[in-house]
Ligand binder design. Structure first.
Ligand code: ZN
Length: 264
């Protein structure tokens, strides 16, 4: 049985002056088994449990978690799921062990605990199929062991790309930000776009890939939104909040941000 795909959290391509926002995509896969592709970040833990609950699921119901890579904004909640088999690529394990302390997005201090669960399964090679019937492909660049899932649906073929393709710009230009190997990133992006009709990027809404005679066109299919709710009854006049058009927003919360683009 082919699993159904539901994007539980839409990624958001935000960066702040105090660091990367880290709002990543998290996808629920439901079929014979129930799984997650990535787990979002620590800040979303409560909301993740809440969104699962609204779908009649508790953390115990998650049979497997596929981690695209071991960065905090994708992996931080993996230990929430007490019964889940955890899939990670062998080159990502190596990256965590050898470079986890210099790649500051790696929560290396939780890795030992993940290893000790006895539920960690290592994926090896360029591609394969999980026991749950899902096809995966090694799509390195952002990190050495990044992987993507390929899921066929009645709407066409979906690639759950995570940070192999973080957003629409990377899909269109092949130019990536934050990659340990930009040449490998370009090659991974090309391979994903060759195979997919739809892409769930790591930090943007779903993208449509149109295969045309001289290549392909990538379209954003939904508005990429974020909401920042300032937890203040009155915003201090010293706090300057601007929207995506650069206009200053005064006083009111929540503040909605939309990424300018071409949902089409
Ligand atoms: Zn990410």
């Amino acid at each position: 049985m082919r699993p159904s795909i539901e994007v539980l959290f839409q990624g958001f391509p935000g960066k702040t002056d105090r660091g990367f926002l880290g709002w990543s995509s998290c996808v629920l896969l439901r079929g014979e088994h129930t799984g997650l592709f990535d787990t979002a970040g620590f800040a979303e833990r409560q909301e993740l449990v809440h969104r699962l609950k609204r779908r009649g699921l508790s953390p115990e119901h998650i049979d497997y978690v596929v981690l695209s890579h071991f960065h905090f904004d994708h992996a931080a909640n993996v230990l929430l799921f007490p019964k889940a088999t955890i899939y990670l690529h062998e080159l990502e394990l190596q990256h965590v062990r050898e470079s986890g302390r210099i790649d500051y997005a790696v929560p290396w201090e939780m890795f030992e605990t993940v290893s000790r669960t006895g539920r960690l399964q290592t994926l090896k090679g360029a591609s394969g199929t999980l026991p749950e019937g899902l096809a995966w492909m090694h799509t390195p660049g952002h990190t050495p062991g990044s992987i993507s899932l390929v899921v066929d649906s009645p709407r066409g073929r979906f690639a759950l790309a995570a940070d192999a393709i973080k957003n629409r710009d990377e899909a269109r230009t092949g130019n990536v930000w934050m990659s340990v190997d930009p040449a490998a990133s370009r090659e991974s992006i090309a391979r994903i776009l060759d195979t997919a009709d739809w892409v769930v990027p790591g930090h943007d809404g779903i993208l449509r890939v149109n295969h045309v005679p001289n290549g392909r066109e990538v379209h954003a299919t939904e508005r990429t939104r974020g909401i920042i709710d300032l937890i203040l009854t009155e915003v201090d006049s010293q706090i300057h909040v601007t929207n995506s058009d650069g206009q200053q927003i005064k006083g009111m919360s929540p503040v909605y941000f939309e990424i300018k683009g071409d949902p089409s």
